[in-house]
Design a binder for this molecule. Structure first.
Ligand SMILES: *Cc1c(COP(=O)(O)O)cnc(C)c1O
Length: 330
C-alpha cells in the first residue's frame, strides 16, 4: 500500500517491541493485554509523532524548506520531536504554543528549547486564529529569504497518516508472530492521526482487528469528522481509495475528564498501578487516559468478545515530570 516513491526519512527505531502485560492482565481479569511500545521509537525522538514526522519532514526536505513551523500545547510531545528532528537535519524550527510562556521550562518545553527551537506563545483565546499565526511567521521568515514548511497539530494530515498505516502493518506482523486472533487495538486520540492511520492500515492489512481510539480532548463526533477529512485528503493527495470505500472510526470520549491536559485521579491511579505492576511508564495527558479507559472497558466486560487487547503506547514520558505534584500522591 505504501507507494514506493513516497518520500520518507528513517528517524524512528523500528520495529518497536511488542509483548504481553501479564501481571496487569491477571490483576484486571478478562482478555490478555499486550503493549506495542511506540514510546520506544527513540529517545529524543520517542513516541508516535516520529512515525508521522518521517513522512512530513521528508516532504519538507523535498520542498527545500529552511524552517519547520508547527504548533501544540505547552507540553507537546509533537513540538519537542519536531524541534529535535530539525536540529538533527540542520533546519530551523518555530513552535507556536497554545498558552502562556511557562515560568520554568520543564519536560518537553525544556527539550524543545535546548534543541534551539524558536517559541511563540498565544493565549487559548486566540487559538481560533492559528492560521493567521502561521501566516505571520511564514511572512517573517520569507522576509529573511527563508522558506517554511508547515506541519499541523500532531502532524495529523494526509502525509502523517502514513506513519500509522505503516505501524499497522508492523503490528500485524507482531500479531502473526504470536499467533494472536480476536484482537482489539486501543490508542489515545489527541489530533486524530494515529487512530485514523491505524484504522486505515488495519482495514487494509487485517480487517478482523478492531481499533478503538480514546479521545483525550474533543468529542467522538469531532474526531469522526476530523478523521474523515484527513482520510479524504489522503485519498485525493495520493490517488488512492479507502478499503471498502469507507471507514468507521470507533472513538470513546468518556474518559477525557475535565479537558485536554487535565487528568482525573483515576488517571493518576492508573499510571501508578501500571508503573508498579509492569514497570511501564504512562503519561497523564494521553496514554494514562487511554489506558484508564481501556481497563474500564475490560473490567466492565465490554471487551469480553476479544481474546487479546493491544495497547498502542504512544509515548509522553517527558510529560510526567511537570506533573510531579499530582503524581507524588498516587
Ligand atoms: C500526540 C500524542 C497522542 C495522540 O496522537 P494523535 O495522532 O495526535 O491523535 C498520543 N500519545 C502521545 C504521547 C502523544 O504525544
Amino acid at each position: 500500500m505504501l507507494p514506493a516513491s513516497l518520500p520518507r526519512i528513517h528517524l524512528a527505531q523500528l520495529p518497536t517491541p511488542f509483548y504481553p502485560l501479564d501481571r496487569i492482565s491477571e490483576h484486571v481479569g478478562g482478555p490478555r493485554i499486550w503493549v506495542k511500545r511506540d514510546d520506544l521509537s527513540g529517545f529524543e525522538l520517542s513516541g508516535n509523532k516520529v512515525r508521522k514526522l518521517e513522512f512530513a519532514v521528508a516532504e519538507a526536505l523535498q520542498h527545500k524548506a529552511d524552517v519547520l513551523i508547527t504548533c501544540g500545547g505547552i507540553q507537546s510531545n509533537h513540538c519537542r520531536a519536531t524541534a529535535l528532528i530539525a536540529a538533527r537535519l540542520g533546519l530551523q524550527c518555530h513552535l507556536v504554543f497554545r498558552g502562556t510562556e511557562p515560568d520554568i521550562k520543564d519536560g518537553n518545553t525544556l527539550l524543545a528549547s535546548l534543541a534551539g527551537a524558536q517559541c511563540s506563545y498565544y493565549p487559548a483565546t486566540s487559538w481560533g486564529r492559528l492560521k493567521e499565526h502561521f501566516l505571520f511567521w511564514k511572512a517573517h521568515y520569507a522576509a529573511q529569504g527563508l522558506s517554511t514548511y508547515e506541519i499541523p497539530t500532531g502532524a495529523s494530515n494526509a502525509v502523517g497518516l502514513w506513519g500509522y498505516v505503516n505501524a499497522a502493518s508492523e503490528l500485524v506482523s507482531d500479531l502473526q508472530m504470536h499467533g494472536l486472533d480476536a484482537c482489539l487495538v486501543c490508542c489515545a486520540t489527541g489530533s486524530g492521526g494515529t487512530h485514523a492511520g491505524l484504522a486505515l492500515g488495519m482495514a487494509e492489512f487485517a480487517p478482523d482487528v478492531a481499533v478503538k481510539g480514546y479521545a483525550v480532548c474533543d468529542s467522538a463526533a469531532y474526531f469522526q469528522e476530523k478523521g474523515a477529512e484527513d482520510l479524504d485528503a489522503w485519498c485525493v493527495k495520493y490517488g488512492l481509495s479507502l478499503p471498502g470505500n469507507s471507514l468507521e472510526l470507533d472513538i470513546d470520549d468518556r474518559y477525557i475528564g475535565r479537558g485536554y491536559g487535565i487528568a482525573d485521579p483515576g488517571v493518576y491511579e492508573t499510571i501508578g498501578l501500571v508503573a508498579r505492576l509492569e514497570g511501564l511508564l504512562l503519561d497523564p495527558v494521553y496514554t494514562g487516559k487511554a489506558f484508564f479507559g481501556m481497563l474500564d472497558g475490560i473490567r466492565s466486560g465490554r471487551f469480553d468478545r476479544f481474546k487479546n487487547v493491544v495497547f498502542m503506547h504512544t509515548g509522553g514520558a517527558f510529560g510526567l515530570f511537570p506533573e510531579r505534584d499530582a503524581l507524588t500522591l498516587v
